[in-house]
Every structure is written in structure tokens, then in C-alpha cells.
Design a protein around this ligand. Structure first.
Ligand code: 9D3
Length: 247
């Protein structure tokens, strides 16, 4: 996959894209990430990228010409989704990351300042993505979030090829508790079942723990799921236990 990022702050991306799994995926040729400075596509002596809003008001607005020039340059006549990182966008999710990972290329446009000229949305952008309901200073961190989540889905990006499909979010549940050595740390013991070697009991315990956690911490996730009969029984038992503990 090729990802082109258009931003006024390309240097913000260097750390995240060079490190860890993303860095390895780039080195392995699984993803090709190109960073472009929108200012390089601004003309005139001052290479101006923003200006005052027509009609007045606080803050600056990103001018259309540099962004149009930059997108047209990187696409070079090719077609690809042009995604504006924006607080008005569709809220990013595991499902959307998976969908985007099936594209051959993506163009991510990061706004800064108070916003971008509306004609960028009207005539250039094919979709808008937000990463959640809080105000950031720009679209750069959101773009990194999208890149990270999308690249995980690319074949070969993770060591274990099957891992993305057993992800907790792929199943709509939170993760079960994990332990590693030592068996006892400061008086806290690893649950006996995990040392038992009984893989069926372990799998059942983990499922029960994942359901329990999701019920306690993210009941909204459970509402969206269609649980198997076995899971429904487990969940009913957990709910009974919790009610008894309440009394
Ligand atoms: C004055 C209204 N503001 C909208 C809430 C304007 C505004 C504030 C901050 C416009 C852009 C920004 C910068 N943020 C992003 O570009 C952004 C963002 C975010 O702030 N939160 C979550 N996801 C995203 S994606 C891009």
C-alpha cells in the first residue's frame, strides 16, 4: 500500500513512522509512506498557506490552492481515496481501518488552524475521518492513528499473520487478562487455570473473562454483538454472580 500524507508539519511523523511495527513494515516494503509539506505547493514570496476567514471571526483558514496543488501532484492523474482528517468526519473504528487497508493507496490531508476552506471538502476530498470527540490542534496525530491502525491489517505487517482476526476488537470484546513470568509477584499469583495445561479450560476461562470485562467496562460493545448460545449462558452466569455480590 502507498500512503501520501499532506501536512504543514511533516517532521511530526518521523518518530512514529520509523519506530516499531510501522518502521518494520516500511523497511519490508509492505507500506510506502510519502510525506509532503503543503507549504511546498504554495506560490508567492510568502508561500502563504492560510488566511483570514471571509465574513470575519477568530482563527485562520487553510487556503484551497496549496492543498489542491498538492493533492493533484501526488495523485498524478491516478484515483485514490482523498481523506481529510477533520473533527466533522466519521468516527474512526477497527472496521473502518480494515476497510481502508483494502485500498492500494490513500491520500491523507491534515488540516491545522481552525479549519480548511470548504471548497477542499466540496471538490477534493472523498471522505472525512475524526478520531473522536475531543479537540486537537491539527489532523497530524489523527493521521498517524489511522496509518498505524490500517498498516496492522496489511498482510505481513504483524509477525503472526492471523493475529488481526483474533484481535479483541475484531470479536467486539475486550481482551482477557494476560500474565507472564514469574508465577508469583509480590504475593500476587497467576490464576491456576493458566498453569493447568488444559487448553479447553484455558480457552473457556479467557472467554468468560473477556465477557466479564466487557460487561463491566464497555457494556455498549456487548449490545452490538450477536453472542453464541454458550456465550449467552456464560454472560447470564456472570450477571447472576454480580447481582449476588451486590446483595
Ligand atoms: C471552532 C470549531 N473547531 C471544531 C471543533 C474548529 C477546529 C478545531 C480543531 C478545527 C480543527 C481542529 C484541529 N483538529 C483536527 O484537525 C482533527 C481532529 C480533532 O481535533 N479531533 C478528533 N479528530 C480529528 S481529525 C482532525
Amino acid at each position: 500500500m502507498r500512503i501520501d500524507v499532506l501536512t504543514l508539519f511533516p517532521e511530526m511523523f518521523q518518530g512514529p513512522i520509523d519506530a516499531s511495527i510501522l518502521g518494520r513494515a516500511r523497511a519490508a516494503g509492505i507500506v510506502d509512506i510519502h510525506l509532503w509539506n503543503i507549504r511546498d505547493f504554495a506560490h508567492g514570496k510568502h508561500r502563504q498557506v492560510d488566511d483570514y476567514p471571509f465574513g470575519g471571526g477568530a482563527g485562520m483558514v487553510m487556503k484551497p490552492e496549496p492543498v489542491f496543488n498538492a493533492v493533484r501532484h501526488v495523485l498524478g492523474g491516478e484515483a485514490a481515496p482523498v481523506i481529510l482528517m477533520s473533527p466533522q468526519g466519521e468516527v474512526f473504528s477497527h472496521r473502518l481501518a480494515e476497510e481502508l487497508s483494502r485500498e492500494n493507496r490513500l491520500v491523507l490531508v491534515c488540516g491545522h488552524y481552525e479549519g480548511v476552506d470548504e471548497r477542499i471538502r466540496e471538490a477534493l476530498v472523498t471522505r472525512q475521518i475524526s478520531i473522536g470527540d475531543y479537540v486537537l490542534t491539527g489532523g497530524e496525530l489523527p493521521a498517524m492513528v489511522v496509518i498505524d491502525a490500517v498498516v496492522r491489517f496489511l498482510p505481513g505487517a504483524l509477525g503472526d499473520a492471523g493475529a488481526v482476526h483474533t484481535d479483541s476488537f475484531a470479536q467486539g470484546l475486550l481482551e482477557y487478562p494476560q500474565y507472564t513470568r514469574p508465577r508469583e509477584f509480590e504475593g500476587m499469583k497467576v490464576p491456576e487455570v493458566l498453569l493447568s495445561g488444559n487448553h479447553q479450560r484455558i480457552a473457556q476461562w479467557r472467554r468468560e473473562q473477556a465477557l466479564r470485562r466487557t460487561l463491566l467496562l464497555r457494556p455498549d460493545l456487548l449490545e452490538k454483538l450477536e453472542l453464541s448460545e454458550e456465550d449467552q449462558k456464560l454472560l447470564a452466569t456472570i450477571k447472576e454472580e454480580l447481582e449476588q455480590a451486590d446483595e
